[in-house]
Ligand binder design. Structure first.
Ligand code: NCD
Ligand code: ZN
Length: 344
């Protein structure tokens, strides 16, 4: 039984760093573990222009702890009014690594999301031509669709049509939660990939209701049945290059979670890599951990792999029970619990 795992430094291909004081509190967690991260643009207001992405990146860099080795990769929030030329220019100049598509009203701060795919078709065509990745929050927003079916319905009604219309468009289906999504992505060819969160590998929907309602386990897409969690574990640990690490760490202050209408989002950054390591160990797949955490993502994004290494040691690591104070305090996933691996 190996007591250390050494791998190329991993990247987080989907994270919410927020802004201001919240960013200052959460950024060190991500920067300590990951060399790069795809930073979600769902600020208020959202990041929709090159100028906004540059300014946000500068704020992230300014908030990094001294000595941190971390590169934020910025994304453009897609709206109905998006300009194909601005997006293409942002990609060419390295200001946007990808475009993020939130169906309007699908999740936190998605009110400005896309309402009509036909309107943004010129953006998709331009992105396909230059190979720029489109990152999709894949949930149907039809209020008649059951919340647990929204991902599968989105694939069937929306994603598959889009891919048939523009097969060259390079798509990451973000934070997949179902067997349907895992199967669809695995058979989707070279222009399709998916990120998988640590929490969706660890909890099923029962956890949200265990002994009472657990607001800190509520996120979107919501955790599904056990059979889906098991399918995600198989996909993540398979070594299949379609799947890579994306935490979707989504911090919300405790008062906005523990309330009558709590925000969606699970804050995993305080133990993210360690959580994934537990899953890979439980699945007997530590030899495939590096592929998922450090190789498959750069390959899809056509970026070099990281040269630096990180070592995880088999040693107790207690996830902080709380990060921050007062109105901004956060409750990390597995907070106060002991994990079996510690990142050095
Ligand atoms: C995210 C957030 O809080 O920004 N919430 C979540 O439940 N995952 C938004 C998102 O990625 O859907
Ligand atoms: Zn997210």
């Amino acid at each position: 039984m190996a007591d250390t795992i050494t791998l190329r430094r991993p990247d987080d291909w989907h994270v919410h760093l927020r802004d201001g004081a919240m960013m200052a509190a959460v950024l060190p967690c991500t920067a300590a573990r990951f060399a790069r991260a795809i930073v979600m643009p769902n600020l208020v207001p959202p990041v929709t222009t090159i100028a906004a992405a540059r300014a946000y990146r500068a704020r992230i860099l300014a908030a990094l702890p001294a000595g941190a080795d971390f590169t934020p990769l910025m994304t453009c929030y897609l709206t109905d009014e998006a300009e194909p030329a601005e997006i293409a220019r942002g990609y060419a100049e390295g200001d946007f690594a990808a475009v993020k598509l939130y169906p309007a009203h699908a999740t936190t701060n998605s009110a400005h999301g896309v309402t009509d795919f036909d309107r943004v078709m010129p953006v998709f065509e331009s992105m396909a031509a230059i190979g720029m990745p489109l990152l999709i929050h894949g949930e149907s927003t039809d209020p008649d669709v059951d919340v647990f079916d929204r991902e599968a319905v989105f694939i069937e009604r929306t994603l598959d049509r889009l891919r048939r219309r523009i097969p060259e468009l390079r798509i990451v289906l973000e934070h997949i939660t179902t067997a349907e999504a895992a199967d669809y992505v695995a058979s989707g060819g070279a222009n399709l990939a998916a990120t998988i969160t640590a929490h969706h590998l660890m909890i099923n929907r029962n956890a949200i209701f265990q002994g009472g309602i657990r607001p800190h386990l509520y996120c979107l897409p919501i955790a599904k049945r056990e059979k889906h969690r098991l399918a995600l574990r198989r996909a993540a640990t398979s070594g299949d290059a379609h799947f890579f690490l994306g935490t979707d760490s989504a911090p919300h202050a405790i008062p906005t979670k523990e309330t009558s209408c709590g925000c969606a989002g699970i804050f995993t950054a305080a133990g993210a890599l360690e959580l994934y390591a537990e899953v890979f160990e439980e699945e007997g797949a530590l030899d495939r951990f590096e592929a998922f955490a450090s190789l498959n993502g750069p390959a899809f994004y056509r970026l070099p792999v990281n040269e630096a290494r990180i070592t995880l040691r088999r040693a107790a690591y207690t996830v902080p029970a709380q990060i921050g104070e007062g109105a901004l305090a956060l409750a990390p996933f597995r907070g106060g619990e002991m994990l079996r691996w510690r990142a050095e």
